[in-house]
Design a protein around this ligand. Sequence first.
Ligand code: GLY
Length: 396
Amino acid sequence: MIRRHVNKSISQLLKKINIMNTKILNVSLNRKVENLSYPIIIGDNILSSSGEILKEFIYKKNVIVIYDSFFSVKTSPNNEFEEFVQSINKLTTTLNFIDIPGGDQTKNINQLNEIIEKVLTNGIDRQNVIIAFGGGVIGDIAGFAASILLRGINYIQVPTTLLSQVDSSVGGKTGINSKIGKNLIGSFHQPQAVLADINILKTLPNREFRAGFAEVVKYGLIKDLEFFNWLNQEYDSIFIYDKIKLQKMITKSCEIKAEIIKNDEKEGGKRALLNLGHTFAHAIESFGNFDGRIIHGEAVSIGICLAFRLSNKLCFCSTDDTKKVINLFQKSKLPTSLHDIKKISISTSGMIQKFKLDKKNRQNELTFILNKRIGESFIKHNVSVNVLTQFLNEEI
Ligand code: GLY
């Protein structure tokens, strides 16, 4: 299905309903059989117009909203979730709700089963649409449910955290954690659209915002030195929620991600770069039992710093660049080393065992994303267990 008209029609629509200053990006996937593209709409205060904006996907459809139970209670005088619901309610044939708690502990097979049973009990056909309203956990599990219900129904992402707006809602990775490791069960299932409202970030606890910032910095580190420098320079405005800066930052992050996944939807190659820091991060999170002592973006912050220190140790990257990266994370009050998470006990051999489960590995060879400099990541296959053991022994 080629859907090049999407950008134009949505921007015409936004003009018609008087919504200004909204960015629309296209995620265009070059597939062998059929190309696919879908819009990411990034604006301020657009949830109350969700119905009009998403009309082509939800009009006269049976819609199931899977949302973070955080939004069940009033979180602000203008309850964004209520505005969203009122706006889409006018257009759908039926509207059903499933609320689930946010947090990685929720992202498991039992919760998935509960969602699926609820949807099936209500009755479903292939025209139903799921809307995921929440952070990365909600988007991942709701997207996964959409990908397996009736062998795949449509879904839309309405990400409400910085991390999900810049990363997890885009690109179609869906899934849940296994007791063995993070995100080991899942599928690639692209959403029909992503609607990101900057205004809702004000509901986000500061810790979550900082954690999302780690994924933002990742984009600069992977392939855009200028963006990294801009983040350093605009740091203060970003952390006081300057909406213009936030919109620019989220748009740029999504642009970089869309560009990377364009030719590698299923991570056969370059998409793995988006995993900078994640091999370490997933291992750390799994040591933490996903119980909230460390959250994903914090683990990513440590993981990226470890990836830079390893790159430096292996003489791929300068000490100067490594320090600059660690400084930005420290300034953002994010953890930057394994010593910063003393409450979780981590061992070198345990870390190596967890690395062996990483999806990037090839035939038992460990693969890491490392950096030549800020703005240039690369895939390094066959990183030896001896080197990693020595490195981790120095870090732990
Ligand atoms: N979060 C990494 C990816 O979407 O590939």
